[in-house]
Design a binder for this molecule. Structure first.
Ligand code: GSH
Length: 198
């Protein structure tokens, strides 16, 4: 999303989820995304990556004061808690996965969250949690998050929320839906295009 917004050319390579060797070889730990810059240097921290590429600060990193960063990280962790429980059982059926990586993903994630079938049986709990978090988020959105212009904060939030489009029958409120569409338009972003293009 950020690279498109900044109009930066990039090539995206999707690694199989069970590929531990590549990220460990590159960065010493199994965590994505990893970016290799034109000068050959590497980074696996999204915010550092975007900040480095946004030299003109068009994504207003200055809005991310220490206080706001704490606030936004709290919001993201609340969103993540429910979105992950609701969506992981569905994400594993996207073309990102094959049989082997799907099994690896499920086994790994069930250690923390419990059986995937139970997550779906308990969906109302997570949906309710998400509804509470999103209605608090609504009060922060004017055109974007506490701003009339898009900022890095919107990219952080949208990247945590897009996943919900896979959850059957889920509907964002009109306000959140319109907010996400504004971000999508600014970033020329197509969810999961990497998996569906040739
Ligand atoms: N602080 C990092 C966090 C990246 C992160 O949490 N990546 C997840 C995927 S979204 C990951 O690679 N987790 C390891 C795993 O699931 O095996 C960032 O913002 O880029």
């Amino acid at each position: 999303m950020a690279f498109n917004y900044l109009n930066l050319p990039f090539e995206s390579i999707v690694l199989p989820y069970d590929d531990e060797a590549t990220p460990i070889k590159l960065m010493g730990k199994k965590m994505l995304p990893i970016v290799e810059f034109a000068d050959g240097s590497l980074s696996n921290e999204s915010l550092d990556i975007i900040k480095k590429m946004d030299s003109a600060n068009t994504l207003s990193f200055n809005l991310l004061t220490e206080e706001r960063l704490t606030q936004v990280n709290e919001l993201l962790s609340k969103i993540g808690k429910d979105v992950h429980c609701l969506c992981m059982p569905y994400w594993m059926w996207t073309p990102e996965f094959n049989e082997k990586s799907r099994k690896y993903f499920q086994t790994k994630k069930e250690v923390k969250r419990g059986p995937f079938n139970k997550l779906i049986l308990d969906k109302e709990t997570y949906l309710k949690g998400l509804e509470v978090t999103l209605s608090a988020l609504e009060s922060k959105i004017t055109t974007f998050y506490e701003s009339e212009e898009i900022s890095i904060i919107d990219i952080m939030i949208a990247s945590h929320l897009w996943g919900m489009f896979i959850f059957p029958e889920f509907q964002f409120s009109n306000k959140i839906f319109d907010y996400l569409q504004r971000i999508k338009k600014e970033c020329n972003f197509e969810y999961h295009i990497d998996f569906w293009k040739d």
